[in-house]
Design a binder for this molecule. Sequence first.
Ligand SMILES: *Cc1c(COP(=O)(O)O)cnc(C)c1O
Length: 442
Amino acid sequence: MDIRTLTEKSPVIADMKEQKEVIWINPDKTDFASACVGAELSMKDIDDAEARLARFAPFIQKCFPETADRGGIIESVLTPIPEMQKLLNKKYGSGLSGRLLLKQDSHLAIAGSVKARGGIYEVLKHTEDLAFENGLLSEGDDYGKLASPEMRGFFSRYKIQVGSTGNLGMSIGIMSAAIGFTVIVHMSADARQWKKDLLRSRGVTVVEYESDYSEAVKNGRRLSDEDPMSYFVDDENSRNLFLGYAVAAKRLAGQLAEQNVAVDAEHPMFVYIPCGVGGAPGGITFGLKHVFGDAVHCFFVEPVNAPCMLLGMASGMNSAIAVQDIGLSGATHADGLAVGRPSGFVGGVMKKHLSGELTVKDAKLYDYMRDLLEAEDIFLEPSACACFQGPIRLMASPEGRAYVKENGLEGKLDQASHIAWATGGSLVPEEIREEYKHTYLD
Ligand SMILES: *Cc1c(COP(=O)(O)O)cnc(C)c1O
């Protein structure tokens, strides 16, 4: 499709091409029940993933003592951030009523990012499959036995490979090394040096590429396919990754209940999640819709230079279009979000579930990072701060107000909750944090 046809299909693409910040409401969204008709995955699959993570908890607790306080369950806290809410309303005129909370996947144990959900789940699923096939384990066993030298010896014959811009490689790499797998992470040119160093320190082989993410993925997949003992983690199509992320929703329901935050027809919940290839925000959204149905409204946020999911959804072309096709570079300061082409699988699932998308300029990510430090003394990596574009811009925009009206939410906003999904940050080394704090872009 040429650019004129694209912008006729969806006018927002003209602004995206100019690297403007945009707000897009998904015209294809339906009610939850209709969206589920004919779906490949369901609540049963999410329950199955949650049960698998529970089986592995004794093993995780053994290998990663920092998970002991949750009994080997890797979960993050949900933190009310009223001071940030005040700051946003004052500084940006956000007009945000109700309450603002931060889901701190930035502080998830082991990998320090949202990837600790999908990436780790996928490695564990593959581990269980291999162990079952070889008669080394059955469902009723204490999975703590996977930490024995014999088991590690068995898994060391197998290889796991993945292409990554950073955080996915960290979660896959660290967990694979803990099981005993030989791990190779194929990293694109934009991956940060400290992430490569950290992985190498855990015994992970890091292969570096001059080119971008898709090249790293392509080569990693080829090398893995040539080796019968190797398993490739496919960030673009993996159902396992997706389901690992989806489990977050069930855990969140418990945390909201503990904090007496109601989510129902009278108490809408808005959720804002940074998006790269789409697996993490897509999986989380899929889970949230299954738990909260029509009461939850999910929005993705992408950088203005790499809005791949928005381009795929707004054009209707899904993964058949890349941001480079409309003249964008795909390059951004937002680690993990520098993706030019979205997951076709996730785009298909989100078509009827997602409420909309926002884009954000790189410069704002550093501002929001400093805002959160000032207001709440919480550090996030810049890419994770993309989540704040949602609460800052949505309610203050004509598009957002129209959405509220069309969904019958006027009059309910004072009892609404807004969740900014903080996707990464706790592993960022001190000297890099200092650098970020003093980064100002145009
Ligand atoms: C990977 C990542 C995301 C987005 O996840 P995708 O599955 O690529 O969409 C968001 N934030 C951070 C910090 C990430 O590392």
